[in-house]
Design a protein around this ligand. Structure first.
Ligand code: FES
Length: 319
């Protein structure tokens, strides 16, 4: 469990069909911790649920955090609570910002690809790159124009935008053709956030086009089975405390560490938020998360201990 802050629900605003934005302010009128473009926060809702949402406002702002919530028809209670019960003036607990979707600000050119509510971290990135005077463009896909949030904010940025509304266009976008026709190709960094099917297509197209600098942020985990050579039982050496913990098939690595009394941060416990990222000092992790890129997984400098396992007899972690 990570440290929490108290936040006042200052404004709830209709942004698009079934989409609200929530502006949160510090209860004492002070400042929130600084954040980077791409970061998200956890909302600890009064109904006991914890949900992560990307920050969409300008990362230079310290007096507020702004997130947006789509009312999900398959809601397990999080977005429904926000839409039906959260009120202006409520005080809720939030987690400090974390960033599992880091922006490479030095890139010669950046292409942002948003699907529906996935615009939120990308809007923050677009604001940041614009403020730095960097070259950036946005591809924004939505079912219809009325489902597309923040149109006015995007237009005010003055960056090139390709809008695609399925209803108007008669179907979903041809992501590969759109990516292939960008003026600056292999040198660019590409970021996508949106529904899983869109992100799967984005990753596949980037791989086919040889765009190695592709980054995604997912709302829901990709199911990844354990590798064939994963060990069912292994030992984890904790470098800082010098302890050895044996992980058996009944418990995840995270749960085994918690059961042994280790105070390790976590949030989603599904491999999507990045809260449990832990430095790997030795050994071979079996990565099963939806946070690290293929290159980061290959480098294995860190791992998400909530879902990932181990392919070697032991792992040494920076804990
Ligand atoms: Fe969210 Fe591990 S707790 S990625």
């Amino acid at each position: 469990m990570t440290n929490t802050l108290n936040a006042l629900v200052h404004t709830l605003r209709y942004e698009a069909e079934a989409t609200f934005s929530i502006e949160l302010r510090p209860v004492d009128g002070g400042e929130f911790p600084a954040f980077e473009a791409g970061a998200h926060i956890d909302l600890h809702l009064p109904n006991g649920l914890v949900r992560s949402y990307s920050l969409l406002n300008d990362a230079r702002e310290r007096h507020r955090y702004v997130v947006a919530v789509l009312k999900d028809r398959a809601s397990r209670g999080g977005s429904r609570y926000v839409h039906e019960q959260l009120r202006v003036g409520s005080v809720i607990k939030i987690g400090a910002p974390r960033n599992a979707f880091k922006l490479h600000e030095e890139a010669a050119h950046t292409v942002l690809v948003a699907g529906g509510i996935g615009i939120t971290p990308l809007l923050c990135m677009a604001r940041r790159l614009r403020s730095l005077g960097r070259s950036v463009e946005l591809l924004y896909f939505a079912r219809t124009r009325k489902h597309a949030a923040f149109i006015d904010d995007i237009n005010a940025l003055g960056i090139p935008v390709h809008w695609h509304f399925d209803e108007q266009a008669g179907g979903p976008p041809d992501i590969k053709a759109l990516l292939a026709s960008r003026a600056v190709k292999a040198q660019a960094h590409y970021y996508a956030c949106g529904p899983a099917v869109m992100l799967d297509a984005f990753e596949k197209c980037c791989a086919e086009l040889g765009y190695t600098q592709a980054h995604v942020e997912r709302f829901s985990p990709v199911e990844v089975a354990a590798a064939k050579d994963a060990c069912s039982t292994y030992t984890v050496h904790l470098q800082r405390s010098g302890r050895d913990i044996v992980v058996t098939p009944e418990l995840s690595l995270l749960k085994a560490l918690k059961a042994a009394g280790c105070n390790v941060p976590s949030s989603c416990e599904e491999g999507v938020c990045g809260a449990c990222e832990t430095q790997v000092l030795a050994g071979v992790p079996d990565h099963r998360d939806s946070v690290l890129s293929p290159a980061e997984k290959a480098a294995s400098k860190s791992m998400m201990i909530c879902v990932s396992g181990c392919k070697s007899e032991s792992l040494t972690l920076d804990i």
